[in-house]
Design a protein around this ligand. Structure first.
Ligand SMILES: [Ca+2]
Ligand SMILES: [Ca+2]
Length: 452
C-alpha cells in the first residue's frame, strides 16, 4: 500500500495528463456518484450508494470527513458483521486489461477482523476481487492511492467500501476512481531505512525485460540518463541510492526480446524521510588482507557516538585489552573503513574500534577470506558464544534466532541481506548446518541478494 500526500498525488496526476497531451479519459473521477458523500437521502443514507449487509447488525451512516464535510461511516460491533455500500460503474473498454486509480481518504478506529477496504469486483472479468486501501487498527485520516487492474472482459466495476467480517469504526471520504491510460503501473514505497521498494505490473503484456527509470518530475521521459537498471523476469526491485528528503518519480519500461518498447508505467511518486533510520544493532568490524595491504572496514551500531578510534596490536584484541595497542587513526562516524599499507599498520595483526568514551565496540583479525560473511574468527565466535549465555546479549541472540527462523521480512535487498548475514552468523556460532542452508538461500528477486 502506498500512502501519498494529496498534493503529490494530484500533482502527479495532472502532470501525467499534461505530459501525454491526453484528455482526461471520458470515464473519469466523475463517473462515481457522490464519492464525497455530501448528498444524503431523507433516511440519512449516502445517495447513490446501495446498502449491503449480508450478515450481522452493522450500521451505515454519515459522520465527519477530514475537511469537516460529510464522510461515510461503517460501524460493526462484532467480527461476524459484514457491512458495505456499493455502486457499479461501466468499464469503457472491456477488450483489454485496464488500470484504474483508486484514491480515497480513510480513517480507522479499533478495526480488527478480516477487512476494512474498498472492495473492487470485476463484473464478467472472471477473477477474484481486489481489496484496495485496506486498513486496520486505529489511525487518523490518511489519503491512499492505489491501482487496480480490471481484466479483459470486465464490463463493470463494483466499488464497495466494506467492513467485512471485522469490527470497529471505518470512515471513508473523497472516493474517486479513474481509468489510467497506461500499459502498467509501478508502486514506489519509501522505507524508514532509506531504500525505495518498487513493484510493477503490466497485466496483459508478456515483457521480456524491464528498465527501471528515476526522474525528478512526473513527466520525465525515460532515457539513458534516467536508467537505474535493467531486470529480466522480475517485477520488483529496490533503489538503495535514494537521498534523504528527496522526491522521485519512477517509471518502468517493458521491452520485448528485441528491445522494442511494449509500454511504460504511470509514474510512481515517493518522498524519502528527512533522516534514515539506522537498523544496525551492533558494531561490526572486519579486517581483510589485500596483498600487502589490509582493509579494515566497519559498520557502527545505530547511535554510536564518535569520533571512533581504530587500534592495532600484534596480539589478539578480542579480550578488549588495549594497553599495548597503538592508535592507527581517528574517524568520524560517517567513515566506514580504511585501507592500511604496511607502514600504516605499524606491525598490527589484530584490530579494535573504540567510541568517543574509549569503549571497545568491536575487534577483528585478518581473515584473508573471500567472503565478507566469513570473517568471524575462532576467538570472536568463542566470545560470542560466551556472551549469549545470559543477560542482554542472550535476549538479542534469541531475537536473532527468531528472526532467522521467521525468514526474510520482505523480498527486497535489505531484508534478504540481513536474513543471510544473521543466518550465517547463527551457523558460525552454533555449527548447525540448517542455518548455513538458510544463509545460502536466494531471494526470488535478484535485487534481494547481497552483493558479494
Ligand atoms: Ca465529504
Ligand atoms: Ca454484530
Amino acid at each position: 500500500m502506498r500512502v501519498l500526500k494529496r498534493a503529490t498525488a494530484l500533482a502527479a496526476t495532472a502532470a501525467v495528463l499534461a505530459a501525454t497531451g491526453a484528455q482526461a479519459p471520458a470515464f473519469a473521477a466523475t463517473a462515481l456518484i457522490n464519492g464525497d458523500f455530501e448528498r444524503v437521502t431523507a433516511t440519512g443514507q449516502p445517495e447513490g450508494w446501495g446498502p449491503w449487509k449480508p450478515a450481522g447488525n452493522g450500521v451505515i451512516s454519515l459522520a465527519e470527513g477530514p475537511d469537516g464535510s460529510r464522510a461515510l461511516q461503517l460501524l460493526n460491533d462484532s467480527t461476524d458483521d459484514r457491512t458495505a455500500v456499493g455502486q457499479r460503474i461501466d468499464n469503457p473498454d472491456p477488450s483489454r486489461v485496464r488500470y484504474f486509480r483508486v484514491s480515497v481518504d480513510v480513517k480507522a478506529e479499533n478495526i480488527s477482523g478480516y477487512a476494512a477496504a474498498v472492495r473492487v469486483q470485476y463484473v464478467n472479468g472472471g477473477v477474484p476481487l481486489t481489496l484496495a486501501a485496506r486498513t486496520s487498527g486505529t489511525h487518523d485520516w490518511r489519503q491512499v492511492t492505489e491501482y487496480v487492474a480490471a481484466p479483459a472482459g470486465t464490463t463493470q466495476l463494483s466499488i464497495e467500501p466494506m467492513l467485512d467480517s471485522a469490527k470497529g469504526r471505518y470512515l471513508i471520504d473523497n472516493l474517486e476512481i479513474a481509468a489510467v491510460d497506461a500499459a502498467g503501473v509501478v508502486t514506489a514505497s519509501a522505507q524508514p531505512t532509506g531504500e525505495v521498494e518498487l513493484s510493477w505490473n503490466f497485466a496483459g503484456l508478456t515483457p521480456h525485460r524491464y528498465e527501471i527509470h528515476r526522474g525528478s518530475a512526473a513527466d520525465f521521459v525515460p532515457g539513458p540518463a534516467t536508467l537505474l537498471r535493467t531486470l529480466t523476469g522480475f517485477t520488483q526491485a529496490e533503489d538503495a541510492t535514494a537521498q534523504p528528503s528527496a522526491s522521485y518519480f519512477y517509471k518502468v519500461v517493458a521491452l520485448d526480446p528485441a528491445g522494442a518498447q511494449l509500454g511504460v508505467t504511470v509514474p510512481g511518486a515517493v518522498t524519502l524521510p528527512a533522516t534514515f533510520a539506522d537498523d544496525q544493532r551492533t558494531t561490526v568490524l572486519s579486517a581483510t588482507g589485500l596483498g600487502h595491504d589490509v582493509r579494515v572496514a566497519w559498520r557502527l551500531a545505530a547511535g554510536t557516538t564518535g569520533p571512533v578510534t581504530l587500534w592495532g596490536d600484534q596480539q589478539d584484541l578480542s579480550d578488549s585489552d588495549l594497553r599495548k595497542a597503538r592508535a592507527l587513526g581517528v574517524f568520524a562516524t560517517t567513515a566506514d573503513g580504511v585501507t592500511l599499507a604496511p607502514n600504516q599498520r605499524k606491525g598490527s595483526k589484530h584490530y579494535a574500534l573504540t567510541d568517543a568514551a574509549g569503549t571497545v565496540l568491536a575487534t577483528a583479525s585478518p581473515a584473508g577470506l573471500a567472503h565478507p560473511r566469513s570473517e568471524a574468527t575462532k576467538d570472536r565466535l568463542k566470545d560470542a558464544r560466551k556472551a549469549i549465555k545470559d543477560g542482554t546479549p542472550k535476549l538479542l541472540w534469541e531475537a536473532l534466532l527468531a528472526r532467522v527462523a521467521a525468514g526474510p521480512t520482505g523480498t527486497g535487498y535489505a531484508a534478504w541481506c540481513q536474513h543471510g548475514a544473521e543466518a550465517a552468523f547463527a551457523y558460525q556460532v552454533t555449527g548447525d548446518v540448517a542455518y548455513a542452508a538458510r544463509a545460502s538461500r536466494r531471494s526470488p528477486s535478484p535485487s534481494g541478494n547481497c552483493r558479494t
